[in-house]
Design a protein around this ligand. Structure first.
Ligand code: ATP
Length: 440
C-alpha cells in the first residue's frame, strides 16, 4: 500500500480498491475493456446518486432555479451555433515510431516520446474534433448526421424561453441539469478523471447585462462551499483563475482539487456574456430576448454565468479525499477507511448478528428491514466481527450495529462509529431515531 506524499492514495491503489469493493469496474472488462469508459458497481452507483442528490438539492431547493432533463441527441445546427463544429478540437500529435497519440498541449514536444522513448519523433500537430458523430434514422447521408452532446449546457440554452415562460421566471434565474456528455478524448485516462463518456452537472444562470460580475463572484463562493460541504478537506481545493479567456467569456475560474497526479480542474465557473443566446437567435431565427417587466418592458438578450462540474471527477475527488490508511504497517491496528461524509456514504449502516443463531438473526433481520425503510443498509453474518468491521470501514459505512446475546435481555445493540471506532449501547427502539439524527 503506498500513500503518496501529499496524503492521497496513489491512483493504482484507489483503482484496485474501487474494483475489489464494488465501486467501479472497467467497462466491458471481459472483452479487454474500452478506453475512457468505466462502469459504476453497486457501491459506486450509490455514491454517485448521493452526490447527484447533494448537487440537485443545492441547486433546485431555491426559488430561482428550475431543473430540466434534455435529450442527448439534438438538432445538429445546435452545435454549429454553439461553435463546437468549428472549434471544439484539441491539437493532436502522433509518435512516428510507435504511433502513440497525444494531445499536443499535454506532452513536451521537445522531449522523447513517453511510450517508446524515441527522440524528435512527433508529427506536426493537427486539430482533432472531440465530438462523436452518429446518424439519426435509416439514411446514411449528410442530412442524418447527429452528434452525441459534448456538454449538457446547450440543452439548457435552447430551452431558455420554454422554462422562463412555463415557470413564469423573472431574471435573474437559473436552469440546472445533470446528464451524460461524450467527448472523443485523444488520451483518456487517470482512472475516471478523463473519460469519453461522463456526466456533467451544469447550471446556467440568466442575468441582466451588467450584473454578471456580481453573480460570478457569488457562484464562485457557493460552488467552493458545496465541495467543502461534501467533506473534501479545504486544503485540497483551490481556485485557478483563467488568464486567457475564451472569446465569449469575460470571467472564468476553475475549482481545482489536488488529485494524486497533481492539481487539476474539477469544475469551471464561466461568465459567458450573451454569446450563447445570441448565437442561437442567429441560427434558429427565433427571438430569444427577454422582456423585463420590472424595467419598463425593456428587451434584452440575457447574459449567462454557468457552473459546470464533472460528476465523475467529483466522485474521484471525494474518493481520493476519503481514502485513508490508518496506522500503516501495524498488524493489529492498520485499517483502510473511506471517511466519506455520512450523507454521501453508499451504505449508511451494517447490521451484524454476532453469530448465525436464529434468536439473534430474527432480531437483526427485523432491525435491517426497519433501517432500510429510510436508508441503505447491509446485513452481514460472515466472518469474525472484527473482519466485518474492517470490511465496512473499507466501504465507508458510518455505523456498524451488532446484535449479541445481551440483546436478548437488554433489548439494545452495540453501535460502532466508523471514524472514532467508539462503541455505545443503544436500545433497539431508539436506534432508528439515532440513525436519522446522525445521518440525515
Ligand atoms: P479539460 O481541460 O480537463 O479537458 P474542460 O475545460 O474542457 O476540461 P469543461 O468543458 O469546462 O472542461 O467541462 C466542465 C467539467 O466537465 C470539467 O470541469 C470536468 O469536471 C468535466 N469534464 C470535462 N471533460 C471531461 C472528461 N473527458 N471526463 C470527465 N469529466 C470531464
Amino acid at each position: 500500500m503506498t500513500i503518496v506524499e501529499n496524503n492521497l492514495p496513489s491512483l493504482n491503489d484507489l483503482t484496485s480498491h474501487s474494483k475489489r469493493r464494488g465501486f467501479l469496474f472497467q467497462s466491458s472488462e471481459i472483452y479487454g475493456g474500452i478506453g475512457g469508459c468505466w462502469d459504476y458497481g453497486p457501491l459506486g452507483v450509490e455514491l454517485k446518486n448521493n452526490i447527484k442528490e447533494s448537487w440537485w438539492k443545492a441547486m433546485t431547493l431555491r426559488e430561482d432555479i428550475e431543473g430540466i432533463d434534455a435529450s442527448i441527441l439534438m438538432n445538429p445546427t445546435v452545435w454549429e451555433a454553439s461553435g463546437h463544429v468549428e472549434s471544439f478540437h484539441d491539437p493532436m500529435v502522433d509518435c512516428k515510431k510507435c504511433k502513440s497519440r497525444f494531445r499536443a498541449d499535454k506532452v513536451d514536444l521537445n522531449k522523447a516520446c513517453p511510450v517508446c522513448g524515441e527522440k524528435n519523433s512527433y508529427t506536426e500537430a493537427r486539430n482533432f474534433n472531440l465530438m462523436f458523430k452518429t446518424q439519426v434514422g435509416p439514411m446514411e447521408d449528410t442530412s442524418s448526421i447527429a452528434y452525441l452532446r459534448p456538454e449538457t449546457a446547450q440543452g439548457i440554452f435552447v430551452n431558455f424561453l420554454n422554462v422562463q415562460s412555463t415557470m413564469r421566471k423573472k431574471i435573474p434565474f437559473g436552469i440546472a441539469q445533470i446528464g451524460k456528455a461524450f467527448r472523443n478524448e485523444i488520451t483518456p485516462g487517470n482512472f475516471i478523471f478523463r473519460l469519453r463518456e461522463f456526466e456533467q452537472m451544469e447550471m446556467q444562470y440568466f442575468l441582466k447585462p451588467g450584473t454578471q460580475l456580481e453573480a460570478f463572484e457569488e457562484w464562485k463562493k457557493i460552488r467552493l462551499d458545496w465541495h467543502k460541504e461534501n467533506g473534501i478537506r479545504p486544503e485540497k481545493l483551490r481556485y485557478h483563475v483563467h488568464e486567457k479567456l475564451a472569446h465569449y467569456a469575460d470571467h472564468a475560474v476553475d475549482i481545482e482539487f489536488e488529485f494524486p497526479a497533481g492539481w487539476d480542474e474539477m469544475e469551471g465557473i464561466h461568465s459567458r456574456t450573451d454569446f450563447d443566446l445570441r448565437r442561437h437567435q442567429e441560427f434558429s431565427k427565433k427571438n430569444l430576448q427577454y422582456v423585463d417587466q420590472l424595467d419598463n418592458n425593456n428587451k434584452y438578450t440575457a447574459f449567462v454565468v454557468e457552473t459546470s462540474v464533472g460528476l465523475d471527477r467529483t466522485i474521484l475527488a471525494v474518493m481520493c479525499d476519503a481514502y485513508r490508511v490508518e496506522n500503516p504497517g501495524d498488524k493489529e491496528s492498520e485499517r483502510v477507511v473511506m471517511r466519506f461524509k455520512k450523507k454521501l456514504a453508499p451504505i449508511k449502516a451494517a447490521i451484524l448478528p454476532l453469530m448465525k443463531k436464529p434468536e439473534l438473526e430474527e432480531i437483526a433481520m427485523k432491525l435491517f428491514k426497519d433501517v432500510q425503510l429510510f436508508c441503505r443498509a447491509e446485513y452481514d453474518t460472515s466472518g469474525s466481527i472484527g473482519k466485518r468491521y474492517r470490511r465496512q470501514d473499507e466501504i465507508g459505512t458510518p455505523y456498524c450495529i451488532t446484535i449479541d446475546y445481551d440483546t436478548l435481555t437488554d433489548h439494545a445493540a452495540t453501535v460502532r462509529d466508523r471514524d472514532s471506532m467508539k462503541q455505545e449501547r443503544i436500545s433497539l427502539d431508539k436506534l432508528s431515531l439515532y440513525l436519522k439524527d446522525n445521518l440525515l
